[in-house]
Write a protein that binds this ligand. Sequence first.
Ligand code: MG
Length: 159
Amino acid sequence: MLRVGIGYDIHRLMPGRRFVLGGVVLPAERGPLGHSDGDALLHAIVDALLGAAGLGDIGQRYPPGDPAWKDAESRLFAAETAGALRERGWRIVNIDATVVLERPKLAPHLDAMREAIAGTLGIEAGCVNVKAKTNEGLDAAGAGDAVVAHAVALLERDG
Ligand code: MG
């Protein structure tokens, strides 16, 4: 059986916050506001994985009001989600994602992000694809005030 899931996330960018994206720390003067580290890409991927498995969403599984997740590394959410999928017999076939961000430019970091995401999920880097776009100066992402991520995930299991 094959199942597909979709994920989306947006975080406001604020001065003085570390910018973590796909588990990689980016050189930037602003970073995502969030209860956790605000890693929009990992959040979108976790939602895609949970959606494909019919396990709800990231907010239900890791509630933002829970002190346990204050400033948590989103890698923990992703690793825990991957474990929950394995327990249920799911294999991650592939993940594809698009990040919308004005700056910094992501091209030099895409391979490191793929490898970090794959390593966290326990899959091959070749099963993860990350694309980057700007928003052509439009809306909050285009003004450099937000980072946006979209992701899809395909899962497979016997029966
Ligand atoms: Mg988020």
